[in-house]
Structures are given as structure tokens and as C-alpha cells.
Ligand binder design. Structure first.
Ligand code: B12
Length: 214
């Protein structure tokens, strides 16, 4: 049998090869072998997604590849998630994410959610066409560290400041991050968002930064 580092390396490589089925099988046998869940998460799944983020930032990978890798990572997460919630492995933080009211684009938002999950965050996805009141309700229910909003239409971007106002009125104390193709840093600053990320890999680094995780 291979030693632990080599076995974790196989999971890592299979994520980079987009082999979801293999990843699920390897993670499953690692769990059965009794390997620490945090080691599987940190040294195989999160490490692979960090590499994917770096390759994307360097222009070596594009959105379709990042999605395939995220799906492969997700296959491993499906095995770990129920076990992690029973164990004492701390999550990096809790993020509520959604696409704003009257907007049904979700590819980018899903990618950000998956990469955050790959980065060790617990992600609660509210889906698309999420009204300000639904974000407020989710903030009260889940007490997230971060709320992420996505908008792909210039006509739905104004629903971001509306949501931020509603969250502030409801005394939400966490951080807010916005993104989506038409959203810019300037826009994020004018609407009082704490952060803006142009893509999913930057979103993970900024989420970590906002929560003081290095
Ligand atoms: C796919 C698509 C659709 C699909 C959506 C399917 C789905 N499940 O999402 C469908 C066909 C349903 C659709 C519908 C419409 N669409 Co459309 N659509 C697109 C398209 C081609 C791709 C968007 C996409 O998925 N990009 C890939 C992802 C990965 O990129 P992304 O979303 O930008 O996300 C990245 C970053 O922005 C960032 N990010 C995204 N969200 C978040 C959130 C946070 C918190 C953070 C930190 C970062 C972040 O990270 C992501 C990953 O790196 C774009 C054109 C384009 N090239 O952008 C048009 C586009 C967005 N659509 C457009 C339009 C007009 C429409 C419609 C109004 C068309 C119509 N007349 O019916 C409807 C609107 C429906 C509605 N109410 O929402 C226009 C918008 C124009 C504008 N300036 O407002 C675009 C730009 C096309 C165009 N050139 O005209 N669309």
C-alpha cells in the first residue's frame, strides 16, 4: 500500500485531472483507512483547489477547467461533509451566498461557492433571484461570517446596495463581498461592500483575508 503522502497526492492529482469518480473513491477509502478527516481536507482537497486557483490566476486554466476541478473536489466533499459535521474539524468560516433579486445567472456564483468550499468554508447557497429580505432572513438564521452576492445584469446591480442597506438595518455584523461580471471595485466601494472579487480564486483569498486566516 502507498504511504499516506502518496495516497493524498493521488487525490490531489485526480482533482487536477477532473476525475470526480476517482476522487470520491479515493476519499472514501481514505476515510475507511481511518485517516484524519482534516488531513484529507487540507492536504488533498483544499491543497488541490488552491493549486487550481493559482493556475487560474496565472491564466493556465480557464472557467470550464476550474468548474471541472471544483466538481471533482465536490465529489470528495460529498463523502467528507456528513462526517465533518459530526466531527470537531473547524470550518474556515461560514458564508451565505446568492444571486441578487431578479437575476437568475448562477454559474459564477456556484463556482465561487465551490471554490470557497474547497477553501474550507461552510457555504450556504441561497440560489438565484434572492430578495433583500431573504438575505436578511438567512443572516439571522445562519449568522454567517460573510455574505456574498452575485449580479450579472446591470439592471440587477442596484439590488446589491438595496440588500446591503437591508442587512445594515437588520444589524448584520459580518462582512459583505460582491462580484459578477458587470460589478467593479469602484461600484463595490460606493455601495458600502467590504470587499469585491473579480473571480472565484480571488474570492477565496479575500474571504480568508477578511477573517484573518493566512
Ligand atoms: C450563461 C448566460 C445566461 C444564462 C444563465 C444560465 C445560468 N444558469 O447562469 C441564461 C440563458 C439563463 C441567461 C439569461 C439572461 N441573460 Co445572460 N448571460 C450568460 C453569459 C453568456 C455567461 C455568464 C456566465 O455564466 N459566465 C461565466 C461565469 C463563470 O462568470 P461570472 O458569472 O462573471 O462569474 C465570475 C466572476 O464574475 C466572479 N463572481 C460571480 N459572482 C460572484 C459573487 C461573488 C460574491 C464574488 C466574490 C465573485 C463573483 O467569479 C466568477 C467565477 O470566476 C453572459 C455573457 C458573458 N460572457 O458574461 C450573459 C449576460 C450576462 N446575459 C445577459 C442578458 C441580457 C440576459 C437576459 C436578460 C437575456 C434575455 N433577454 O432574456 C437573461 C436574464 C435572465 C435573468 N433575469 O437573470 C447580458 C447582460 C447585459 C448587461 N450588461 O446587463 C450578458 C452580459 C450577455 C450580453 N453580452 O448581452 N444568461
Amino acid at each position: 500500500m502507498l504511504d499516506l503522502d502518496d495516497r493524498l497526492d493521488r487525490i490531489y492529482e485526480n482533482i487536477l485531472d477532473y476525475e470526480a469518480k476517482q476522487v470520491a473513491e479515493l476519499v472514501k477509502s481514505e476515510v475507511e483507512a481511518g485517516t484524519d478527516l482534516k488531513i484529507i481536507l487540507d492536504d488533498a482537497l483544499i491543497a488541490a483547489m488552491d493549486e487550481v486557483g493559482d493556475l487560474f490566476a496565472e491564466g493556465e486554466l480557464f472557467v470550464p477547467e476550474m468548474l471541472m476541478a471544483a466538481n471533482a473536489m465536490k465529489a470528495g466533499m460529498e463523502i467528507l461533509r456528513p462526517l465533518l459535521s459530526e466531527s470537531d474539524v473547524p470550518s474556515a468560516g461560514k458564508v451565505v451566498i446568492g444571486t441578487v433579486h431578479r437575476d437568475i445567472h448562477d454559474i459564477g456564483k456556484n463556482l465561487v461557492g465551490m471554490m470557497l468550499e474547497g477553501g474550507g468554508f461552510e457555504v450556504i447557497d441561497l440560489g438565484v433571484n434572492v430578495a433583500p429580505a431573504e438575505f436578511v432572513e438567512a443572516a439571522a438564521k445562519h449568522s454567517p461570517d460573510i455574505i456574498g452576492m452575485s449580479a450579472l445584469l446591470t439592471t440587477t446591480m442596484p439590488n446589491m446596495p438595496k440588500t446591503i442597506d437591508a442587512l445594515h438595518k437588520a444589524d448584520f455584523k459580518g462582512k459583505i463581498i460582491v462580484g459578477g461580471a458587470p460589478v467593479t471595485l469602484e461600484f463595490a466601494e460606493t455601495i458600502g461592500s467590504d470587499s469585491y472579487a473579480p473571480d472565484a480564486s480571488v474570492a477565496v483569498s479575500l474571504a480568508r483575508e477578511m477573517l484573518g486566516i493566512d
